[in-house]
Design a protein around this ligand. Structure first.
Ligand SMILES: [Zn+2]
Length: 291
């Protein structure tokens, strides 16, 4: 079992969903920095959540979840694009409360004045930012409430993670197109699926493969499975982006930096790639030359 996303549909119903599993990508991301156990679990859940949410959008672009807070925990972000590429990062100060974790609840309960953003960034078109209230104990609980209240699409989400693997499940009741469609639908299906979904345990979500999870939960239903999609770690950094950043800080700041650091080096926090600019390269960005 590797890094994947399995969509599913319940036949003859407006119910859709997906299961995600992350292993290599999660381990690669967690190996970039030394994160406390509770932060590892939070990042695993956030990555699973973005991989689930990305699939609900029909856009070319990316979706990210971003937590900002005051206190020892500063911020965390995870993103997934339409190609199934994920990355994540967090910044916090040492805190004994982060030494162990069962779920995202450990970090969430320690946050001061937290805000959770959902950012949707299409490659072409307008960006969208939603604000999610962090007033439920777990990340899954907060996201479900967001869908119920803001998007008004009944949604159940389950998330779980360890430092080795993470899993997520999302199931949604889509709006019916018309009354005729409404009448053909088995009215009990959503309450029934909700109850079944709630029987899923964190261990099962992390350890079992997608088909087995879906079989355990919904074997009484007719579940249709389209082709599995791959998920993987990938970073969007590049030397061009670093060059743009240098242009943005301006030539004076670049000259100042060169006095203490030549060549100028820039490290990507997501993937640890180091980009380096000699004085000549840096100055040529401004059409200037070494005198
Ligand atoms: Zn990078």
């Amino acid at each position: 079992m590797s890094d994947l996303r399995q969509r599913f549909y319940i036949e003859e119903s407006p119910v859709r969903g997906e299961v995600v599993h992350l292993e290599q990508a999660l381990q690669t991301i967690l190996a970039q920095r030394s994160y406390a156990p509770a932060v590892q679990v939070l990042l695993g859940e956030m990555l699973s959540a973005t991989a689930l949410l990305a699939s609900t959008l029909k856009i070319q672009g990316r979706i990210s979840l971003q937590i900002q807070a005051q206190g020892t925990f500063k911020w965390a972000m995870a993103e997934c694009n339409h190609l199934g590429e994920v990355r994540a990062l967090a910044d916090y100060e040492e805190d004994p409360r982060f030494a162990t974790a069962e779920s995202s609840q450990t970090v969430l309960s320690a946050l001061l004045k937290p805000v959770l953003f959902i950012n949707i960034e299409p490659d072409f078109g307008e960006r969208y930012q939603g604000i999610v209230a962090l007033d439920k104990p777990t990340l899954a609980g907060c996201l479900m409430q967001y869908y119920d209240l803001s998007a008004q699409i009944p949604t159940r989400i389950a998330l779980a993670s360890t430092a080795q693997s993470a899993g997520g499940l999302l199931i949604q009741l889509l709006p019916r197109n018309n009354e005729e469609e409404q009448q053909r639908i088995d009215e009990d299906i959503w309450p029934r699926l909700t109850v079944l979904t709630e029987t899923l345990k964190a261990d099962e979500l992390i350890q079992l493969d997608a088909q087995e999870i879906l079989y355990r939960l919904y074997n009484e239903e007719e579940v249709r499975l389209p082709e599995i999609e791959k998920l993987q770690f990938a970073c969007t950094c590049s030397k061009d982006k670093c060059a743009t950043a240098l242009q943005q800080i301006g030539i004076d700041a670049v000259l100042e930096t060169l006095e203490v650091q030549n060549p100028i080096t820039m490290d990507c926090q997501f993937c640890n790639t180091r980009y380096s600019f000699t004085a000549e390269q840096a100055l040529s960005l401004f059409g200037s030359h070494l005198s």
